[in-house]
Write a protein that binds this ligand. Structure first.
Ligand SMILES: NC(=O)c1ccc[n+]([C@@H]2O[C@H](COP(=O)([O-])OP(=O)(O)OC[C@H]3O[C@@H](n4cnc5c(N)ncnc54)[C@H](OP(=O)(O)O)[C@@H]3O)[C@@H](O)[C@H]2O)c1
Length: 298
């Protein structure tokens, strides 16, 4: 068992999306440093697995909350539950997010609205509840999951990319507003990474997934965690992502859309990637009863 910093035991981090991908890796980083955790996702079974794993491996407190952040009332319910339990949240990580591949007009409207609810409305509501308390206490740290997708319009992933543009803009603005309050807001911009995201978004057949190199969730989480702990307002994870963001800033929205579309098109490569190499993503897939190539549910 690693040596735990007992001074952090009274500090709580609340992480949405902590059962897979970046959220899971971020939960492990907080756990390694001895923080107590509140972890949020939909799958109760997977939450229990991660709770047991983190408690056993790091000897920390873990409180699982099963909640569907597609629901407009979910953020308030989570906030109320945390308060009822007497937990003070010192670190908020708004990680949970989804996308959906396809032409906007072909995607079920409710699916697009759910994505906006999850990626924007629930993130804004959780930020509002916890940042208000943090500012009143004069101490708090917030990590928001943006994406390089928020820097360029993305045909065939239009709503998702637009939600991430919101997250980047919103986070930079409130980071500025909160200067001097003791509350830091960090936005993390990863590039395409090897998580369950592509599966939930029905993007397994795209060039981006099958042909491109992907970042590891471990590396992305490490970059986000370091930036959060040092109070940086933004971190772009990975050299390739930095280059993409640099180029996107130079080009027009129209040119960016043309470039992005190429990556979003179905791949014709027969021996490309078909499944995530990240173990938590495999478990996530099992817990929702899905396998690679099964595109029916989310
Ligand atoms: N992977 C990439 O290429 C990439 C790149 C840049 C940014 N991002 C962003 O990174 C964040 C994390 O994604 P990831 O790539 O780590 O994906 P992931 O492996 O699919 O993990 C998503 C996590 O969010 C939870 N979640 C999904 N929908 C939810 C809902 N409606 N309510 C509550 N929890 C929900 C999932 O658990 P349940 O399914 O049990 O709810 C899971 O714990 C997202 O905001 C994503 O947009 C991803």
């Amino acid at each position: 068992m690693p040596v735990i910093n007992v001074n952090n035991r009274n500090q709580y981090a609340l992480i949405t999306g902590a059962t897979s991908g970046f959220g899971y890796e971020l939960a492990k980083l907080f756990a390694k440093d001895g923080f107590s955790l509140v972890i949020v996702a939909r799958s109760q079974e997977r939450l229990q697995e991660v709770t047991d794993e983190l408690k056993q491996q790091y000897n920390i407190e873990v409180t699982p909350i099963s909640s569907d952040l597609f629901r407009p009332t979910a953020a308030k319910e989570i906030y109320d539950e945390v308060r009822t339990r007497g937990i003070v949240v010192n670190y908020l990580v708004n990680d949970a997010g989804q996308g959906e591949w396809g032409r906007f007009i072909d995607i079920d409207l409710q699916r697009s609205l759910d994505i906006i609810q999850l990626n924007i409305c629930s993130l804004v509501a959780l930020t509002k509840y916890f940042a208000t308390d943090m500012a009143a206490r004069g101490d708090g740290h917030i990590l928001q999951l943006g994406s390089e997708a928020g820097k360029a319009p993305m045909p065939l992933l239009s709503v998702y990319a637009a939600t991430k543009a919101f997250v980047i803009s919103f986070s930079a603005a409130i980071s500025n507003e909160l200067e001097g309050t003791g509350v830091n807001v960090t936005v993390l911009l990863p590039g395409a990474s090897d998580t369950d995201f592509f599966h939930k978004a029905n993007m397994e057949y795209t060039k981006a997934y099958r042909e491109e190199s992907l970042q590891t969730p471990e590396d992305v989480a490490h970059d986000g965690y370091e930036a959060l702990m040092s109070g940086e307002s933004r971190v772009i994870s990975g050299g390739k992502t930095k280059m993409h963001v640099y180029m996107a800033n130079l080009l027009s929205d129209e040119t960016n859309a043309v470039n992005m579309r190429k990556l979003m098109e179905p791949s014709e490569k027969e021996d490309g990637r078909t499944a995530s190499g990240h173990s938590a993503s495999h478990k996530e897939r099992e817990s929702i009863g899905r396998e690679s190539g099964d595109l029916k549910e989310r």
